[in-house]
Design a protein around this ligand. Sequence first.
Ligand SMILES: [Zn+2]
Length: 287
Amino acid sequence: MSWIRVAFVVALAVCYSCAQACAAGAAVRLITLDCGRIDIADMDAFADDGSYKGVARRLVVPCYLIRHPKGNLLWDAGIGDQFVGPAGVTLLPGFVAHVPVTLTSQLKRLGLSTDDVGYIGFSHEHVDHIGNANAFNHAIWLLNRREHEWTMAHDGQNGEPPSLLSGAKTARLQMIEGDLDLFGDGSVSIIQAPGHTPGHQVLLVRPSGQRPILLVGDLWHSRDNYKHDRVPRFNTSRSDTIASFEKIRALARETNSKLLIAHERSDFHPVFGARWLRSPTPLRHSN
Ligand SMILES: [Zn+2]
């Protein structure tokens, strides 16, 4: 074989491996991380038709990492690594949260640090979705303007955001006013779906080579609520909620998307497995 032919074969091999590596590197991936549990003594508030009265339930809490060639997005920030361990934290009377494994340790297992996350966004700003936000002070914070103004009005102090979102004072902010195609290629889109809160939103992700996925956050809290379009008593607008149900169902049909309901166990498949999902004994509560 001549040197020219050898060089040609080597060049072809390099191109082939590069093409494979580049294709892999350019992939859009959705990774579910385990960001806690909430034990609820009485689920009554989760349906205004009374169907959950007296029902106790353990809700799962995911965070989602979307890996994109233009940057990593963390969608929802869970309960908060500061509460790791069996003691838990009482978020509200009758709502006790637990963090079985930290978000930062899961990122580390993926070879990432919090500084490798370029964007952070939230389905909404309830405490079980923003707990780790302040750890991402290098990220661009995608804040829904209506949602954030509502949070500031209800939970802020003297014009300052609540402590779990104090990083908003120094982080780079990108205010969201409507639907947003984050990377400009249709692979990751923020879609407005208000009603649970004034600026609640869902995320449409198109992972490479897979069916699109709609991360619907707390638009529905369970598969039962999805099936019967039940509206929680604590939603900020019933009519907006119903309109968002219709909008997101239509979008799911149009895009052939699979829906993932944030707090639904059967939709929860964290990449490192779920710990404490079915604790055989009641967890010890404190705080
Ligand atoms: Zn929630």
